[in-house]
Design a protein around this ligand. Structure first.
Ligand code: KG4
Ligand code: ZN
Length: 312
């Protein structure tokens, strides 16, 4: 069974060709360079770029895999959440292709897809605790069984990646900043104590206090090379420590057998390392390439939804 995955929720235009739950190829065009000067995504430019790029990508795929394209049976596309105009472009494109290929449409939740792709090489053991940490979301899930997603906690304000992007912008790092802060932090040490909301009783997050405190700290410090490294280290450490502690709390409460972490921030090596060190249960994190937005995760979750549907 061949599935085409389509992702357009934010600033990556991505299409993936899947055979069952295996990726044949995933094409991802990032729009990042267009948004560097704005320090963030401009929604109407992003949707315009998706509508320009999707047909070009499709032509490339048809040229490379003409025989497979004729056999597409399902089109899985990101239906939510995301920038409304961008989602609209993706859905319109998916609907047109579904008509053309006589294929079935499979709407996919982007956040659930970020979690599911973590089991590309190794299966999840249920129940699992899932954390999605991206530029737009920080959400903790209880996953009792296949395709069951219960939100346990989420951010009440900014997302973890958003804090890195916003502080990074003040530091003059452009957009996006998570990976750049990680690189700066490699030569840093824990020097600045940054306050963050740490209610140990609930599983919600709040990053706006940290954002304010980090900005105040940044404005005060002398901008020499070592201080910049130390600031990046301290900011990253504060966020990583909080994410890990919330996962530990959720695992203890729900007797989880697996922890899954997905989304762009899950590409962070320090977060991955600390999770590995701290957790006593199975940990699944996608390869870096599939942490950030991509269509393979959409096609992959689409496969599980198709398997689960009585109406195959
Ligand atoms: O999942 P994603 O590609 O897009 C959204 O759905 O938001 O995540 C992008 C976010 C950005 O905030 C970016 O700064 C962050 O992921 N990010 C990282 C790293 N790579 C990307 N954060 C920390 N460390 C990284 N290595
Ligand atoms: Zn995402």
């Amino acid at each position: 069974m061949y599935i085409l995955g389509i992702e357009t929720s934010c600033d990556e235009t991505s299409v993936a060709l899947m055979k069952d739950n295996k990726i044949i190829k995933c094409w991802t065009w990032t729009q990042i360079k267009y948004f560097q000067k704005y320090g963030g995504v401009v929604p109407n430019i992003a949707s315009e770029l998706h509508s320009q790029n999707l047909p070009i990508l499709l032509n490339e795929i048809i040229d490379e895999y003409p025989d497979i394209m004729k056999k597409i049976k399902y089109i899985a596309y990101t239906s939510k959440p995301g920038l409304i105009g961008c989602l609209h472009v993706g859905r319109g494109f998916a609907e047109t292709l579904a008509l053309f290929f006589q294929a079935k449409l499979i709407p996919i939740n982007h956040l659930h897809a970020h979690l599911y792709i973590a089991q590309y090489d190794e299966k999840i053991e249920w129940p699992a605790i899932g954390l999605v940490v991206s530029g737009g979301h920080t959400q903790l899930y209880y996953m009792k069984k296949n395709l069951s997603f219960e939100v346990l906690g989420e951010t009440m304000d900014d997302a973890a990646g958003e804090v890195l992007d916003k502080i990074g912008r003040k530091m003059g790092l452009g957009y996006p900043c998570g990976a750049k802060i990680e690189k700066l932090a490699q030569k840093g040490k824990s020097k600045y104590k940054l306050n963050v909301y740490k209610n140990k009783k609930n599983l919600d997050f709040s990053f706006s206090g940290l954002k304010t405190h980090a900005l105040q700290t940044w404005n005060k410090i002398e901008k020499n090379e070592q201080n910049i490294h130390d600031f990046a280290y301290s900011l990253q450490k504060t966020i990583v420590d909080l994410l890990v502690s919330k996962i530990e709390l959720a695992c203890a409460k729900y007797s989880a057998k697996t922890v899954i972490v997905g989304g762009g921030v899950a590409a962070n090596q320090i977060l991955r390392k600390q999770l590995k060190q701290n957790l006593k249960i199975k940990l699944l994190v996608p390869t870096k390439e599939y942490c950030t937005d991509n269509a393979a995760m959409i096609g992959f979750l689409g496969y599980f939804q198709i398997q689960n549907s009585s109406n195959k």
